[in-house]
Design a protein around this ligand. Structure first.
Ligand code: ATP
Ligand code: MG
Length: 378
């Protein structure tokens, strides 16, 4: 089986690693250069999307910020999963909010902003504080503004107005104003759905972000009521999209009630723990789904934590006594994810102890939130 992945980053790389035992061969289409590359070596294998599609049994994607013309060419092949609509929806907060409403799942109140009048109307309707997010091209907290007090209304509009005027997306770009949700914690749910509508859903993962970037993600045990809420919303969103593949949903937990923040129509950073912590990892399950193979068990086999390696930081090899290290073979740059560390334990409290001892080996500023994550486990 040959799978072409749109995007040639670490997610395509990890799909290639997970697909190898199944004889699934992955090539990656680098949407910027138009080259088809090997996802592990980056060796150039060919040129042009059409050639990549002609040579593939199945086409999928590792990210959602892909130009619509590329998506429509893939869709026309009839072999693109989860497909054009799902990727467009994940890449556009306006479409995403419409989907969440259509699927009937709880999400933050919002207004679409295209001009100053819309902005003033959103402030009047939702009230402050507000979070404002670009509809297109947002990730890792980029393209976001926070409006906390009346005093800042004009200054924040200055920025947003300028952003809308100069956006390379032109009139497709807009901003979504959202009510500020006073959440207790952030969790995400990863699951796979196949073409027959069958589901395999992993246990919830708790996520700790620093400056908009995921620092630590932990799956160690979950309240059944919260897990059931998340699964019901997952099913509703995935069925509405007639989704095929792995889908990730990020939630806010407000006093035991979940609210969807956003969806990602792909394998997700907060699912990397499944490589060591689940029966079948998210990358293999995504390939199983899109290749129409039986889905694998998403059962958690042991409490597991994932720590992102971001930027130019030091990871002593001694962490390997207690953990699995996954490098992406990327040049370090500030804010760039270049690898992750997975650590497992027999129980949540032992996982807290292991996190503490790994934290001893790492520089606090380079790996924020480890102590907080460890404390949450006890
Ligand atoms: P990523 O791609 O890394 O998931 P993103 O740039 O797509 O991030 P969001 O997930 O929407 O953006 O927002 C980033 C973070 O900002 C969230 O994880 C959350 O901590 C905070 N946030 C977003 N929306 C709200 C909200 N309505 N109320 C309170 N906090 C919010
Ligand atoms: Mg997010």
């Amino acid at each position: 089986m040959k799978v072409l992945v749109l995007g040639a980053g670490q997610l395509a790389r990890m799909m290639a690693l997970a697909g190898a035992p199944l004889n699934i061969k992955i090539s990656a289409y680098d949407v910027r250069s138009g080259k088809i590359v090997h996802p592990l070596t980056q060796e150039v294998l060919g040129q042009g999307l059409e050639n990549g599609i002609a040579d593939a049994d199945v086409i999928t994607a590792e990210f959602e910020h892909i130009a619509p013309d590329i998506l429509s060419v893939c869709q026309a092949s009839g072999r693109f999963y989860p497909g054009e609509e799902a990727i467009l929806t994940g890449g556009d907060r306006r479409k995403e909010k419409t989907l969440l409403d259509r699927a009937g799942v709880n999400n933050a109140r919002y207004q679409v902003i295209e001009n100053r009048d819309d902005y003033d109307a959103a402030i009047a309707k939702i009230g402050l504080p507000l979070i404002l997010k670009s509809a297109l091209d947002g990730y890792d907290g980029k393209g976001q503004w926070r409006l906390k007090t009346d005093r800042d209304i004009d200054a924040v509009w200055q920025d947003i107005g300028q952003f809308l005027k100069t956006s390379p997306q032109g009139s497709r770009q807009c901003v979504i104003a959202e009510e500020f949700v006073p959440f207790d914690r952030e969790v995400s749910l990863i699951g796979a759905r196949n073409a027959q509508g069958e589901l395999e859903i992993y246990p919830l993962t708790e996520n700790i972000h620093t400056n908009g970037i995921l620092s630590v993600s932990i799956s160690a045990g979950e309240n059944d009521a919260v897990q059931s809420q998340a699964e019901a919303m997952f099913k509703s969103v995935a069925d509405t999209l007639n989704y095929v593949g792995v889908l990730a949903i990020e939630f806010f937990d407000v006093d035991g009630t979940l609210m969807v923040n956003e969806i990602a129509p792909r394998v997700h950073n907060s699912g990397h723990w499944t490589q060591q912590g689940a029966d079948v990892c998210q990358f293999e399950n995504h390939l199983r789904a899109v290749c129409d193979l039986p889905l694998g068990s998403a059962k958690r086999i042991r409490p597991t934590a994932m720590i992102n390696i971001v930027g130019n930081v030091t990871v002593p090899t001694s962490v390997m006594h207690q953990a699995h290290v996954h490098w992406y073979d990327k040049e370090p740059r500030p804010g760039r994810k270049i690898g992750h560390i997975n650590l497992c334990a027999d129980s949540a409290s032992t996982l807290g102890d292991t996190l503490d001892s790994i934290a001893e080996l790492l520089v606090d500023d380079e790996f924020p939130a480890l102590k907080l994550a460890a404390d949450n486990l006890r």
